[in-house]
Design a binder for this molecule. Structure first.
Ligand code: HEC
Ligand code: HEC
Length: 463
């Protein structure tokens, strides 16, 4: 019996070693793709490890990520206590919300993007108005349409919640006494020039000028709208030192949220197994990508020209383009996209070049330092989204104009409904002569970019 077993074992070993040893050039399964497409495929997988972020010294700290988990899921950091980051970035909608346009405390004018592999991005938001993941997080917290909170109130809410406070202090050290209303008045924040409140104030001023008695008068202030926002007034009333303390907590919140969002990884899809098989010459792994999706990839990098902007392991060039997506009700037709994003970026207090960065002199700043050299932005340009997990996150585009991937592909193929051009350039997108079969193939390929192995526990609410 023992002899039989060991003979079988020896045979298995022999077979295995033959398999390995002889997997030379002649026995490798050939690529089912064209030569050009094979080269592209090898460049688009695997997704590299999440890059370090030296501008956030807590980015790889597990305790900061766990604090980030609490902050991401709590509704305590919003006016009325109803909105969390997770209200709009939900696991069941692929870290987006399934809506055309987002809805926070008030309706927004843009669609919620998914957060897959977000820590690999260079610019954040559709218009790239944030240059780091941690500074991105600070914007929804104070946006009157989203969390509608103020940084002092953020700090007060954390201070007042035993669990949040303990978790925060574990990472960032003892908090100041934010319960002291004399030092830390509620709702204190510097109100940026592009704040919705200023637009409303200008609107009220215009109506007052036209004799509308219901329009609210406002106090004079040196903002362009002439409106002294009560949040700004409270902020100005604080001591310099306390403003610094409040900013420090606020930045900490952003850095913890960034550490948490690094976990949103999509890296193991049928396409990735296919490419792994391609490298190994392993036919059974290559077979994980079905023939329709294979044909779709061939089109994606070939005739359909998608690769011009959706390249690299994230399927994005991380840049901005005007694809002339049609307008939708509720969103402005003339959203200036990247052009305004650049203005907001320049006005940001928390950029990667600011003293709030943990590496202000470092390489992360290069993209900002050299920005003027490639500021060719005109028209209505938006960031090329990553296509990983794209099948999980309808609707699509910065304004949610398309309900399905079929609709997106039809738009690229026919260009029907494309907004007229407002700027020269972007001649890449011309109607494509692709029939129904080709379109189905492109959709099948996009669907092959879904990671079915992700563990949702990583991003779930704390227990
Ligand atoms: C009301 C819904 C809503 C809430 C609440 C919300 N977001 Fe978002 N998020 C959006 C929308 C909409 C955008 C795109 C806005 C834009 O580009 O102007 C966005 C963009 C982002 C981005 C940029 C992604 C990219 O690829 O550029 C990140 C990261 C993000 N949100 C994280 C967060 C975090 C962290 C919070 C909580 C502090 C949060 N969001 C709260 C709707 C929301
Ligand atoms: C000129 C660059 C460019 C080319 C070429 C291009 N795209 Fe895009 N793609 C973009 C940009 C920019 C957006 C976002 C546009 C917006 O939101 O207004 C986008 C959005 C998308 C989206 C929506 C993703 C989401 O999460 O909302 C899909 C899907 C997509 N593209 C697939 C394709 C396919 C398939 C092709 C080839 C037929 C293609 N793209 C060609 C730049 C490009």
């Amino acid at each position: 019996m023992i002899r039989v077993l060991s003979a079988a074992a020896a045979a298995t070993l022999l077979l295995a070693s033959m398999g390995c040893g002889s997997r030379g050039a002649e026995e490798r399964a050939p690529s089912p793709l064209s030569e050009g497409a094979t080269r592209w495929a090898l460049r688009m997988s695997p997704v590299p490890p999440v890059p370090a972020d030296p501008t956030n010294r807590h980015s790889e700290d597990e305790r900061a990520a766990e604090l980030g988990r609490r902050l991401f899921h709590t509704t305590a950091l919003s006016k009325g206590g109803e909105i969390a980051c997770a209200t709009c970035h939900l696991e069941e909608y692929g870290l987006a919300d399934g809506r055309t346009l987002a809805e926070g405390v008030l309706p927004l004018e843009r669609h919620t993007p998914a957060l897959w592999n977000v820590a690999h991005q260079r610019w954040f938001f559709w218009d790239g108005r944030a240059d780091s993941l941690w500074s991105q997080a600070l914007i929804p917290l104070e946006d009157p349409l989203e969390h509608a909170f103020a940084r002092v109130e953020v700090a007060r809410a954390i201070h007042a919640d035993d669990e949040l406070r303990a978790s925060f202090e574990e990472v960032f050290g003892p908090m100041a006494d934010f319960a002291d209303l004399e030092r830390f008045p509620p709702y204190a924040r510097p109100v940026p020039e592009d704040d919705r409140a200023h637009q409303l104030a200008r609107e009220h001023a215009r109506r007052r000028a036209e004799g509308d008695a219901s329009a609210r008068p406002h106090h004079e202030h040196a903002s362009s709208s002439g409106f002294y926002h009560p949040h700004q007034r409270s902020w100005d009333a604080m001591s310099e030192a306390d403003r610094e303390v409040a900013n420090g907590v606020f930045v900490g919140v952003g850095k913890a949220l960034a550490a948490f969002q690094r976990r949103a990884r999509a890296a193991s899809s049928p396409f990735d197994r296919f490419v792994e098989g391609l490298r190994a010459g392993d036919a059974s792994m290559m077979a994980e990508l079905d023939p329709l999706a294979l044909r779709g990839f061939e089109l994606f990098v070939g005739e359909a020209g998608c690769i011009a902007c959706h390249h690299g392991p994230l399927f994005t060039d991380m840049e901005f383009h005007d694809t002339r997506v049609p307008a939708v009700p509720g969103a402005p037709e003339d959203d200036p996209g990247r052009a305004r994003g650049l203005t907001s970026l320049a006005a940001s207090e928390f950029g990667v070049l600011s003293r709030w960065s943990d590496d202000p002199e470092g390489p992360a700043g290069d993209k900002v330092r050299f920005l003027p050299r490639h500021a060719h932005h005109s028209g209505q340009e938006f960031k090329t989204p990553s296509l990983r997990n794209v099948a999980l996150t309808p609707p699509y585009m910065h304004n949610g104009a398309f309900a399905t991937l079929e609709d997106v592909v039809d738009f690229y193929v026919t260009r029907e409904g494309a907004r007229p051009s407002t700027a020269p350039g972007e001649t890449i997108l011309r109607p494509l002569g692709l029939g129904a079969g080709d379109r189905a193939a492109l959709v099948a390929f996009l669907e092959s970019l879904t990671d079915e192995t992700f563990d949702p526990e990583l991003l779930a609410a704390p227990r």
